[in-house]
Design a protein. Structure first.
Length: 378
């Protein structure tokens, strides 16, 4: 594992943002009000090669010049440009005034800087006071979805006030997202003013000392304070204990502790995790399809399924080559197909009854294993 390059000196981002809150951190800071103050006491990681690559891509987008980028960086930038053009066309921003890579400041009543946002791109239609704010993601990490993305909402709200926009479209462009190249959401002027008010109040909250720390997926994912944060350590220990409980006595230790209501909620959440896990694994497959070296220790695998294009011909060829017994062995009797065929001339209930009556000597009913099915009250 690569050793982190740590520093107590102000980074380029610290200098540019004057050490004040920045919208790029709001998705984590707003969900854990004590995170910012704890992280200020720790060393920072110097710019990584990934961060430097992202900076090169954003500079190339600003100048619309992909010369000097590596092949992979140029492909990423090209995808972002394509996504931006689709958004401009979809929401009617052709001919707008475009600005790139601007840091915009919010101020207090004495015009002192309070927080800022570095805007990747925004398009301003002065004629009808419509604003488009775009955040381009050049890395593999998926950002919070558009409807809960505080970085983009705060950026849009700040610019909407600055331009007195009647309508604001905020958009995310993420070229490595497995499902969508971009996503966008439209806000009215009143909605933007409300979001700006919430942002300003939360900016004040995250700068207060002794704020509570709230562990969770978004705020803890890249937090440099995880190893020293008591709340995260307790959260992680609780999870570890829960896993140990599930292993002990085949999982019944933890199950027996729960009430009937708690068991119902637990089963419901576990079933929901099936869908979540399948979705995440599909994302990893999509990632590997774009970059075969993206996941250490894994490779893409597939199998070829054989299919018969003409069953009648296949049966005749088998009979000629291997005899009728081979045909009979290769074919599997299908009760469901037989019932469907009979149901063309009668009800399905009658079809099932007639099949059961005619084939009762060769039908064996075998119980499956039990499973949990949610009951419904009348």
């Amino acid at each position: 594992m690569r050793a982190k390059r740590l520093t107590f000196k102000a980074t380029a981002h610290d200098i540019e943002s004057e050490g004040l809150p920045s919208a790029s951190a709001f998705d984590a800071d707003f969900r854990c009000l004590g995170k910012r103050e704890l992280c200020k006491r720790l060393p920072k990681e110097k710019d990584s090669p990934q961060a430097a690559s992202g900076q090169r891509i954003h500079e190339a987008l600003k100048d619309s010049d992909l010369e000097g980028l590596s092949d992979s960086e140029a492909r990423t930038a090209s995808r972002i440009m394509y996504g931006e053009s689709e958004i401009v066309h979809e929401y009617g921003f052709e001919g707008a005034v475009i600005e790139f890579e601007q840091r915009v400041w919010d101020t207090d009543e004495q015009l002192n800087h309070t927080w800022s946002a570095r805007i990747d791109r925004y398009d301003w239609m002065r004629s009808n006071r419509r604003l488009l704010v775009v955040d381009d993601k050049s890395g593999w990490t998926l950002p919070p979805a558009i409807f809960e993305n505080w970085q983009l909402r705060s950026e849009g709200a700040l610019l909407a006030e600055y331009h007195d926009a009647l309508e604001t479209v905020v958009a995310l462009v993420h070229p490595f997202h497995p499902d969508s190249l971009w996503e966008a959401k439209v806000y009215s002027q009143d909605e933007m003013l409300a979001l700006l008010d919430i942002t300003r109040k939360l900016v004040a909250e995250i700068q207060k000392p002794d704020q509570p720390r709230t562990p969770g997926g978004i705020q803890c994912r890249w937090c440099p304070a995880k190893r020293v944060c008591p709340e995260y350590q307790a959260w992680s220990a609780t999870l570890s204990q829960a896993i140990a409980d599930e292993i002990q006595d085949q999982g019944y230790t933890a199950i027996n502790r729960r009430s009937a209501d708690e068991r119902g909620e637990h089963v419901r959440s576990l079933k929901e995790q099936y869908k979540n896990i399948e979705f995440i694994l599909e994302q990893y497959v999509a990632l590997m399809e774009k970059d075969p070296s993206a996941i250490k220790g894994y490779r893409l695998a597939r199998k070829l399924d054989r299919q018969i294009t003409n069953e009648a011909t296949a049966i005749e060829l088998t009979r000629k080559a291997f005899g009728q017994d081979a045909v009979a062995a290769a074919l599997k009797f299908n009760l469901v197909a037989l019932e469907k065929e009979l149901a063309e001339k009668m009800s399905m209930r009658q079809a099932k009854e007639q099949v059961r009556s005619a084939l009762t000597s060769v039908i064996l009913f075998k119980k499956s294993r039990n499973w949990l099915e949610e009951s419904r009250s009348l």
